[in-house]
Design a protein around this ligand. Structure first.
Ligand code: NCD
Length: 306
């Protein structure tokens, strides 16, 4: 049985297959409409979510399966003090696959050790968010036609942003990738990712504070929200929250084919005037998130559609 804890759980070849399957699902939705009939997905969300929870649910419904779950810790027995391991033993009796989001790093990993059904990590604290990465890879491949040979700007909260952490892990496996890390000093990418992932794989990267300095050289810009819920005090958050605001004036500095991605939700970091720029790809990105999660559910449940 397979789980998805980190994007590294899939090899580059397996990722290609997964993205090809997502492409076929997009092109032939009717072919997959009954693939998961009789199967149930449980979404166990101990932290707020709109896209990740609902896109997993939409994915399972599109496959003809059923869904169940909770959308906050308060409405589950976690509020009574139940452990993640006991909860997953319970869910294993009710569902065929589950997606778990938890504020504690490693919680889905604990769950998968006690689970008899596949567990998908739907975001664990500031650590990883592999299904967002699958979404991001499919989006980049669809827009650019390939995944290597590009300078990717990652901008915003690189310290607490789990989407960025997972994306870096996944992208260093493609040739010719380099990163421009754009963040305030306080929100730099954690040292362990710089040394264990970037340096270890000889990936070229630059750290800059000003977005304007980076923009002209980027092939892709991945914007992120300052992760309010992971700050220790409100004051620091307020100081950081509007550090970057991408607007039409800044977009004018960027190459004509520099797509802008964002895992969403956005707060102020992308001005709404950018939405109508053809390079704004963050709404298309959400749609890819459904196709790739459909492909993921089929793969983890080992269901082949002929
Ligand atoms: C992200 C997350 O939860 O980490 N959202 C998402 O799943 N699309 C990004 C964020 O909350 O900033």
């Amino acid at each position: 049985m397979r789980h998805l804890m980190s994007p590294m759980d899939f090899s580059v070849e397996e990722l290609e297959k997964l993205m090809d399957l997502a492409g076929d699902i997009e092109a032939n939705p009717a072919k997959y409409a009954h693939a998961c009939e009789g199967k149930k997905l449980a979404t166990l969300f101990y932290e707020p979510s709109t896209r990740t929870r609902l896109s997993h649910e939409a994915a399972m419904l599109n496959l003809g399966g059923n869904i169940m779950g909770f959308s906050s810790a308060d409405s589950s027995s976690a509020a009574k003090g139940e452990s993640v391991s006991d909860t997953i033993r319970t869910i294993s009796c009710y569902a065929d696959i589950c997606a778990m989001r938890h504020p504690k790093e490693g919680a889905p990993m604990v769950a998968c050790r006690h689970s008899s059904i596949p567990v998908i990590n739907a975001g664990d604290g500031g650590h990883q968010h592999p299904t967002q990465t699958l979404t991001d890879l499919l989006t980049i491949r669809s827009l650019k036609g390939h995944l290597g040979n590009m300078n990717i700007g990652l901008c915003g909260d690189l310290k607490f942003g789990r989407t960025v952490h997972s994306l870096i892990h996944a992208l260093v496996r493609y040739p010719g990738v380099e990163f421009t890390l754009i963040s305030p000093e306080e929100l730099r990418l954690p040292g362990y990712i710089r040394s264990d992932v970037l340096d270890k794989n000889d990936i070229p990267y630059q750290e800059v504070v000003r977005l304007e300095d980076a923009l002209p050289k980027l092939d892709l810009l991945y914007m992120t929200r300052v992760q309010k819920e992971r700050f220790f005090n409100e004051e620091d958050y307020v100081r950081m929250k509007d550090f970057y605001i991408l607007d039409a004036k800044k977009m004018a500095l960027a190459p004509k084919d520099m797509y802008v991605l964002h895992p969403l939700p956005r707060v102020n970091e992308i001005s709404v005037e950018v939405d109508s720029d053809p390079r704004a790809a963050y709404f298309r990105q959400m749609q890819y998130g459904v196709y790739i999660r459909m492909a993921l559910i089929l793969t983890l449940l080992e269901i082949e559609v002929k």
